[in-house]
Design a protein around this ligand. Structure first.
Ligand code: HEC
Length: 203
């Protein structure tokens, strides 16, 4: 009698325990799925409409504010097949990229740029680099850079942050210049959440 009551308790305890466990797993699972949803739309800036472009450059600024140059260094590995990134290392298949942020487009002495890139003009700003790395051949049709592009916006932000740090005089990242360090962190956190619906609704 005692023994069976004890066993009953054990069974009930086990059932309750598993129910709690399952619920916890379910909650964690939900967290992960909603995170995945945040990342996905950012990875596919497909629509070339002006509105979307403006929105995506805004969201790129926000991503930049929380970007990691360390992760960017990993992303940049695929560039190093063709580019030197260190100071004074000179051209490889492409021009060296040390200090490229803020540099005039197609301006490295001694590198034979394509007419397509030379006619582009302007400066390598954060936004220009973002557009270029998304799809070089769309940005400058006829370019000699045979690189498909990086579709993940977060990776591009990390990469651009890294390229920026890889310089004698890194430029201030967008939010960092406008606001203090603390509010910058808050913004970065808020932005990942608020950006997703805006992007995914822009069909
Ligand atoms: C397959 C080789 C190759 C790869 C990979 C490659 N590039 Fe290039 N890149 C080039 C070439 C070639 C040019 C010159 C393009 C031209 O003249 O049209 C170039 C030009 C550039 C320029 C213009 C520089 C200037 O002085 O105006 C930038 C910026 C750049 N690449 C960034 C990158 C980044 C960032 C990556 C990695 C995500 C990358 N490239 C990957 C070959 C490559």
């Amino acid at each position: 009698m005692d023994a069976s009551a004890y066993r009953m308790n054990k069974v009930l305890g086990f059932l309750l325990g598993s129910a709690l466990f399952l619920q916890a797993v379910h909650m964690i699972d939900e967290n992960f799925t909603s995170n995945a949803k945040v990342e996905k739309p950012a990875a596919e800036p497909e629509n070339p409409k002006a509105e979307t472009a403006a929105a995506s450059s805004q969201s790129f600024d926000k991503l930049l504010a929380s970007a990691s140059a360390e992760r960017g260094a990993q992303v940049a590995k695929q560039c190093e097949v063709c580019h030197n990134l260190g100071k004074g290392q000179g051209p490889k298949i492409g021009p060296d990229l040390y200090g490229v942020v803020g540099r005039k487009v197609a301006s490295e002495p001694g590198f034979n740029y394509s007419a397509a890139l030379k006619s582009k003009g302007g400066t390598w700003t954060f936004d220009a680099l973002n557009a270029w790395v998304t799809n070089p051949r769309a940005y400058a049709p006829g370019t000699a850079m045979t690189f498909a592009g990086i579709s993940n916006e977060k990776q591009r932000a990390d990469l651009v942050a890294y390229l920026n740090s890889n310089s004698d005089k890194p430029e201030p990242l967008p939010n960092a210049s406008a606001q203090g360090q603390q509010s910058q962190e808050k913004n970065a956190q808020g932005s990942t959440k608020s950006e997703a619906p805006a992007n995914s609704s822009a069909k």
